[in-house]
Design a protein around this ligand. Structure first.
Ligand SMILES: C[S@@+](CC[C@H](N)C(=O)[O-])C[C@H]1O[C@@H](n2cnc3c(N)ncnc32)[C@H](O)[C@@H]1O
Ligand code: SF4
Length: 459
């Protein structure tokens, strides 16, 4: 894929990421625990009926200089037990409001580093969910792990606890790069860890995370890292663009002295990795996720049925309303979003008093729910066949289309730049257009305001 610098210049403007609709800047601090309780109660009558639980474990053994997550160093470990108590309290408060006949489709542990603490604690939390609810036939029980802290014993415990999908944060196979960003390499070879995860009656699915744009990386070195990943052949793989936000994340400032690659170099890293992953048979999901061709996500993409929620890409069968637990976590229910306090002490103390730590959120209007379906479907499937989506939502085509900008005028410039193809009954994004899909989604979004200079740039 060739992308001219002029095209990048033209479309590299602030646009929402659309990981939620409406975007997170709509969340309001007038939304509090009572509003979240109302959303939870309403969620029992809404679709999707399945449950998706997110559990945030904010602790890490040490902080990587590039980290943009809500993470804190373990230090004396004195906060772990009060945090786990608060989590259990929150799970109790929320789960008693959920209809017990509903089934678990997903549980996802993110962080921080969930495997930085004794993994038996995670087993206890899973048991709390399994005691209250049954699971669908093939639930996705996933965990983000730092490979340096995984060993055979912890893998055995995690698999016994029900985990069947492991995401390992590799970032780069070059130890020089890891050293520059204050990160420990895996002690056990990654291929050996994967063999262990895949052994036994219930082989787990494995995803590997990488980041491009870090100090010490070049196009050549990043290609070597991705080639090594391809040899290991994980089921799924993500290449994250390093998000440098030192005004929000002070830990990143030091990387400016260690030599961040130029944006052109960064783009070349992405494109080179994209090409060799495609040549190796991986299917590109969204912009930067890759899966093997027999993966359910690849099949869903081919059938225009790919979906996503805050836990990541999924299908309509495996999606659920997301109930989120832990500091800074965001719930995503049919009626809206609710985010917990980002401050660890506030979160723990609020739950200690038996109250929810909801700090902000947003309740959606009915028309916004329809726009959300359009934007999510478009971002996941890189296009829309209007009749197909209207049938799925049981809505008339014209009514559906009236919830977005859909005329040929809207897309004229993108079509001229060969970023997409427009037909009255469908729109389809080209391979190059996928790089600028956020720009096209913003054009579809009637509420997008160009003047609002608060979003990150699209490239
Ligand atoms: C919560 S971490 C994964 C689990 C574990 N803490 C680890 O680091 O291995 C989620 C992923 O976010 C990505 N990430 C973190 N900070 C980032 C940043 N500033 N820009 C882009 N990706 C980032 C990394 O690839 C990381 O694997
Ligand atoms: S990248 Fe992972 S291990 Fe590193 S600080 Fe962030 S959450 Fe912790």
């Amino acid at each position: 894929m060739l992308v001219s610098p002029e095209l990048i210049e033209k479309y590299n403007v602030p646009v929402p990421r659309y990981t939620s609709y409406p975007p997170a800047n709509y969340f309001s601090d007038t939304f509090g625990p009572d509003d979240y309780l109302s959303l939870i109660e309403a969620s029992n009558q809404a679709e999707p009926a399945h449950l998706a639980f997110y559990v945030h474990i904010p602790f890490c053994k040490k902080i990587c200089h590039y980290c943009g997550c809500n993470a804190c160093a373990l230090g004396s470990a004195s906060q772990v037990m009060p945090y786990l108590e608060a989590l259990k309290k929150e799970i109790d408060l929320v789960c008693k409001l959920i209809d017990p006949a509903r089934k678990i489709a997903q549980i996802h542990y993110g962080g921080g580093t969930p495997n930085a603490i004794d993994v038996n604690f995670l087993k206890e939390i899973n048991e709390m969910f399994f005691e209250r609810f049954q699971c669908i036939e093939k639930p996705e029980i996933a965990i983000e792990c730092h490979p340096a802290y995984l060993d055979f014993n912890s893998i055995d415990i995690l698999k016994q606890a029900g985990f069947n999908r492991f995401s390992l944060g590799i970032q780069d196979f070059d130890n020089k790069v890891l050293k520059l960003v204050n990160r420990e390499p895996s002690k056990i070879a990654v291929e050996t860890l994967i063999e262990k995860l895949k052994e036994g009656e219930k082989p787990a699915g494995v995803n590997l995370d990488f980041i491009y744009g870090l100090p010490g990386q070049s196009v050549q070195s990043f290609v070597e890292t991705i080639q090594k990943a391809i040899e290991i052949r994980p089921d799924r793989l993500v290449t994250f663009s390093y998000a440098h936000v030192p005004w929000l994340k002070k830990n990143q400032i030091i990387l400016e002295k260690r030599g961040l690659p130029h944006p052109d170099e960064k783009m070349k890293m992405f494109l080179a990795a994209h090409q060799i992953l495609k040549n190796a048979g991986y299917t590109a999901i969204g912009l930067d996720h890759y899966v093997l061709p027999d993966d359910e996500l690849s099949k869903a993409l081919n059938n225009n049925k790919l979906h996503r929620n805050f836990q990541g890409y999924c299908t309509r069968e495996t999606t659920g309303q997301v109930y989120a637990f832990g500091v800074s976590s965001i719930g995503q229910l049919e009626g809206g979003y609710a985010q917990n306090s980002k401050d660890l002490k506030t979160y723990i103390n609020t739950l200690k008093q038996g109250e929810l730590a909801t700090e902000k959120g947003y309740a959606l209007r009915e028309d916004q729910k329809i726009t959300r379906e359009i934007i999510t479907h478009f971002m996941c499937n890189k296009g829309i066949i209007w009749k197909q989506l209207a049938d799925e939502l049981a809505l008339p085509v014209d009514f559906l289309k009236s919830h977005a900008n859909t005329s040929n005028k809207t897309f004229e410039e993108f079509v001229n730049d060969k970023l997409m193809v427009f037909h009255e009954d469908s729109i389809e994004v080209s391979e190059t257009g996928a790089l600028f899909i956020r720009n096209i989604a913003a054009a579809l979004d009637k509420a997008y305001d160009k003047q609002l200079n608060i979003y990150s740039k699209s490239v």
